[in-house]
Design a protein around this ligand. Structure first.
Ligand SMILES: Nc1ncnc2c1ncn2[C@@H]1O[C@H](COP(=O)(O)OP(=O)(O)OP(=O)(O)O)[C@@H](O)[C@H]1O
Length: 976
């Protein structure tokens, strides 16, 4: 026997352990209603894996199948059923000869356990084991009265299940279902994968671009760093050298300056000494001049006396005789000749002297003219400076007179509180940067700086209240520094014509530094507009640039420029005032020096004029004397020719005058000689001083030039030092390198080419804009994920295709098997129907033969003598008999190892029961039957009969009975 034994314990009404042994082909189970017959059927299905409590005719919970007790018996805690199969024919796919399947359930824990051959297993293992044997929980093996009565009324599609079961396609259907589920799952996975792939693809494209950009950036940056480090090192070294050279030059210039200064001082001392000597000489000349004048006066006096004397002599001569007259005349002629010649010579000397002094006077006049012109110019310059100073002081005393609102706030600053001042008076710039800084600040020049926003609000309220116009306020507490980006600073520092960043050339009190850096931190000062345009281009027009002339290249590239009215700026007013004051001081010195010079020249001129006048008088006087002497000499000559007289002794008076005159003339000659010598010395000294002053002027000019050189040198040094510091900072901040470390990495480069390349690289890098440095890694990661997902998708698509092909194959197999079985059953049905109904005919047909896999099954039957075709119209017994006919046709077409019939013949009349039973016995050789029945006709055909009884305790009891006892049991009578 296939099913050898059933052991039931605690299952439904079988509270005690009950064993049903099956030794023969057809075993009947009989008993009165409610004794527990069908519970045997339920127990078999439960072991074979039934999970539906409804099918098991139980309560809502599976634990309801455990014996629940009765008035006389306590409930039990566990239900356990074991089926023992003979597997010598290996109906189960197992090497064991005997298969024992057990299922048990604990009430307390609701814990279910499954065993195959006493080994714990899963429910699935049991399902798999029984699947292909025809013993499944929905199989044909277990047919109940309900199945039979439902068969005829079932829809053709539902009826088809029976035929599928017979055709053995259930397993394929199940597999197909699993495959379809798998396919659905695969499709879901594919959809999910596709979603992920779409998402990844969306990220991939921009990431690829970013990665490419980052790669370009990295390459550019690598090249840039390798070149720029060398450029920086070379420039730092070059700056060092240049600063050193400049220091040497500065030292030399300062040394020369100091030596010139010393020489100048020495020359000043020398000049002062010379001047003292000149004064001394002047004094001596003056003395001599006095002596000369006095001597000349004495000489004129003597000349007069001589004339008187001559008159006297003439008179005496008239009185004397001819010889005496001749001598006298001769004497007089000689004297007259001497005097005439002497006066002539003297007149010439005096005239020459006069001429020299006139020339000197003329020179002095020219010099004085020049000096006074220069002095007048210097005075004019001084006056202009003073005027400018006056204007500046007025502006400084009364600023913002044209900005009414600003003026109003400043006037009320003591009552308003928190007013710090106006930007243009808080920031100070050097005059050379004034235009640039004013251009950089533009409208902000007249913005009012306040301590905080409250102070600004307060001041705005004040302006409104007084209708004093509008003003802009800058609260200090919110001012934050704003500088250009580092790359912009680097590009700017390498641009030709860069002067500085605007904030660098503006000074202010420490508390206003944030304000200054906010307004000017990112404004660049360049020397001219051409360089400004070039630099702006390199900076991609992202930085505002101003020139020293006040032209502007705005961010974005627009330009402002033109002429600027030379108006005073508050930003530079203090510097200008300081500068003007020191200029005035210098100019006053110059003017005083020029005045001194003029005065000195005037003095000299006065003296020279006086000398000239004196000489002119002297010449005029002497000229008269000379003419007189000449006339006298000429007349005496004439007179002498007419009269030759003897010599006569002169009287003492005459001799004395002549001697005195001669002495006087000698003295005058002496004084004149001395004076000339002194004048020459004075003249020479004057020339020397003049030369020295010229020399000093030239030294001063040289010193001024040196001063400018020193200043330029110091500026240049500061610039180079700033450049050097920037380069060192750049090495540190951008490359995290010390100079020594960078030196080790320096390559041989052509500096100008390398610098150009650095510019190009920087421009290219800045053109790249924002770069995501993680993009290559992110791209790689996403790409790997994308590729992996794509290969997974391909795997899934392949899996999906293979599932589809398996389903296709299964469909083919099912079609073949189904059609094959359908035809076999159809062939058997007619004969069985005839046997069952005693004639007539029956035939199965497919509702849709085109769709074998889904078609419903119709039964066309015609019992003998009846024309009824509609199944619904048949009686209950007829419907049961039709169903039984089909069942037998199936059993005929396919051998089943075990069939359990639970009161399938209940609806049949006696004659039909006997027909059924007879037919059943014909299958006894092919299959094992367990038949639950009330009908004696069926009992008669059973080889073994088990009777089940239930006493008051509600527990089913089993006993093997003979046919007659079985009938008694069915009728609920006592069995002997
Ligand atoms: N969990 C349970 N505990 C105790 N008794 C139970 C349990 N479940 C069902 N029973 C009892 O089993 C009996 C029903 O058994 P069953 O349906 O097998 O009867 P039957 O012999 O097939 O009757 P019929 O001939 O009318 O079909 C009922 O008396 C019911 O009280």
């Amino acid at each position: 026997m296939f099913l050898k034994r059933i052991e039931i314990q605690g299952f439904k009404s079988f509270a005690d352990k009950t064993i049903l042994q099956f030794d023969q082909n057809i075993t009947g189970i009989v008993g009165p209603n409610g004794c527990g017959k069908s519970n045997v059927n339920d127990a078999i299905r439960w072991v074979l894996g039934e999970q539906s409590t409804k099918s098991l005719r139980s309560g809502s919970s599976m634990s309801d199948i455990i014996f629940s007790g009765s008035e006389y018996r306590k409930p039990v805690n566990m239900a356990k059923v074991t089926l023992v199969f003979d597997n010598s024919l290996h109906i189960f796919d197992s090497p064991y000869e005997e298969i024992e399947i057990t299922r048990q359930l604990q009430r307390s824990t609701n814990e279910a356990s499954y065993f195959i051959n006493k080994e714990p297993c899963r429910l699935k293992d049991i399902n798999d084991l029984v699947m292909d044997t025809g013993l499944g929980r929905d199989s044909l093996s277990i047919i109940t009265q309900g199945n039979i009565s439902a068969f005829a009324d079932a829809k053709p599609e539902d009826r088809r299940l029976l035929f599928e079961e017979a055709a053995g396609v259930a397993k394929y259907k199940k597999r197909k279902k699993v495959s379809l589920q798998k396919l659905e799952k695969t499709k879901d996975n594919l959809d999910r994968l596709q979603d992920i792939l779409d998402e990844l693809e969306k990220q991939l494209s921009p990431l690829e671009k970013q990665a490419e950009k980052a790669k370009i950036y990295k390459n550019l940056k690598t090249e840039l760093s390798s070149i720029e480090i060398s450029v920086l090192v070379e420039e730092i070294e070059s700056m060092h050298r240049q600063i050193e050279d400049l220091s040497h030059a500065l030292f030399e210039a300062k040394t020369i300056y100091t030596s010139k200064e010393a020489s100048l001082n020495q020359q000043e001392i020398d000049i002062s000494n010379y001047r003292q000597e000149m004064h001394a000489l002047d004094r001596q000349i003056n003395d001599l001049q006095g002596q000369y004048t006095r001597a000349m006066e004495d000489s004129y006096r003597l000349e007069k006396q001589k004339v008187e004397l001559d008159e006297k002599r003439k008179y005496r001569l008239l009185q004397a005789d001819a010889l005496a007259r001749q001598d006298e005349l001769k004497q007089m002629l000689q004297e007259a000749k001497y005097e005439f010649e002497d006066r002539q010579k003297r007149l010439q000397i005096l005239k020459a002297d006069l001429e020299m002094h006139l020339k000197r006077l003329n020179d002095l006049k020219n010099k004085e003219n020049q000096a006074s012109m220069q002095a007048s110019q210097q005075r004019h310059v001084l006056q202009e400076l003073k005027n400018r100073k006056q204007v500046l002081e007025n502006i400084a005393r009364q600023p913002f007179s044209h900005q009414q609102s600003v003026r109003a706030v400043l006037d009320a600053r003591h009552s308003l509180m928190g007013i710090e001042g106006v930007v243009s008076e808080l920031l100070k710039a050097q005059p050379e940067h004034a235009k640039a800084i004013e251009a950089a600040l533009q409208g902000s020049l007249y913005h009012i700086v306040t301590k905080d926003e409250a102070a600004a609000r307060n001041a705005i309220g004040y302006l409104k209240k007084n209708k004093s116009g509008r003003a802009t306020f800058l609260p200090l507490n919110i001012m934050k520094k704003r500088f250009a980006a580092q790359d912009q600073q680097i590009i700017a520092s390498q641009s030709e014509g860069m002067i500085c960043w605007a904030y660098e050339c503006v000074s202010c009190a420490p508390k206003y530094e944030d304000l200054r850096d906010r307004l000017l931190g990112n404004v660049l000062v360049m020397d001219n507009l051409v360089h400004a345009n070039e630099c702006a281009k390199r900076l991609q027009y992202r930085v505002k640039i101003v020139t020293l002339d006040g032209d502007i290249v705005h961010t974005g590239g627009s330009m402002t420029g033109g002429s600027i009215r030379n108006q005073t700026s508050l930003i530079t007013i203090q510097h200008e005032l300081d500068s003007i004051r020191s200029q005035i001081e210098g100019q006053e010195l110059k003017v005083s020096h020029d005045n001194d010079e003029c005065r000195m020249l005037e003095n000299q001129m006065d003296k020279e004029t006086e000398t000239c006048m004196q000489l002119q008088i002297d010449v005029a006087k002497l000229e008269n004397i000379y003419l007189t002497k000449k006339e006298k000499y000429d007349s005496l000559q004439m007179e002498y020719k007419d009269l030759v007289i003897d010599e006569e002794k002169q009287d003492l008076e005459e001799d004395d005058i002549v001697v005195l005159m001669s002495k006087m003339h000698a003295r005058i000659d002496q004084i004149t000689g001395d004076m000339q010598a002194l004048r020459k010395r004075r003249y020479d000294k004057g020339n020397t001083v003049e030369q020295m002053e010229n020399q000093m002027r030239s030294i001063r000019r040289e010193m001024n030039a040196l001063q400018v050189d020193i200043h330029d040198n110091e500026l240049e040094q500061a610039k180079k030092q700033a450049y050097l510091d920037t380069a060192l900072r750049q090495l540190n901040s951008e490359y995290s390198m010390t100079f020594e470390h960078a030196k080790d990495q320096k390559q041989d480069i052509d500096l100008s080419e390398a610098k150009q390349r650095v510019q190009v690289l920087r421009t290219e890098i800045s053109k790249l804009g924002n770069v995501n440095p993680d993009a290559p890694d992110q791209y790689k990661e996403i790409k790997e994920r994308f590729d992996f997902m794509t290969s997974q998708k391909e795997d899934l698509e392949r899996a999906s295709a293979s599932i589809l092909s398996a389903i296709d194959e299964m469909d083919q197999t099912m079609k073949v098997q189904f059609v094959d079985m359908f035809e076999k059953i159809n062939q058997e049905l007619d004969g069985i129907f005839k046997a069952m109904f005693g004639g007539g005919k029956a035939k199965l047909s497919m509702v849709d033969p085109e769709d074998v896999l889904n078609t419903g099954i119709e039964i066309d039957v015609q019992p003998p003598g009846k024309m009824v075709k509609n199944l619904q119209s048949f009686s209950g017994g007829e419907k049961a008999l039709i169903a039984i006919s089909v069942l037998f046709a199936i059993l005929q077409a396919r051998v089943m190892p075990l069939c359990i019939f639970d009161e399938v013949e209940a609806a049949l009349d006696q004659a039909n029961v006997e027909r059924f039973a007879r037919y059943l016995s014909r299958f006894g050789d092919r299959s094992q039957f367990i038949v639950v029945t009330h009908r004696p006709g069926t009992m008669e055909q059973c080889d073994t009969l088990y009777g089940i009884t239930m006493q008051k305790d509600g527990v089913s009891k089993l006993l093997k009975v003979q046919l007659k006892d079985a009938v008694h049991i069915v009728e609920n009578k006592e069995v002997n």
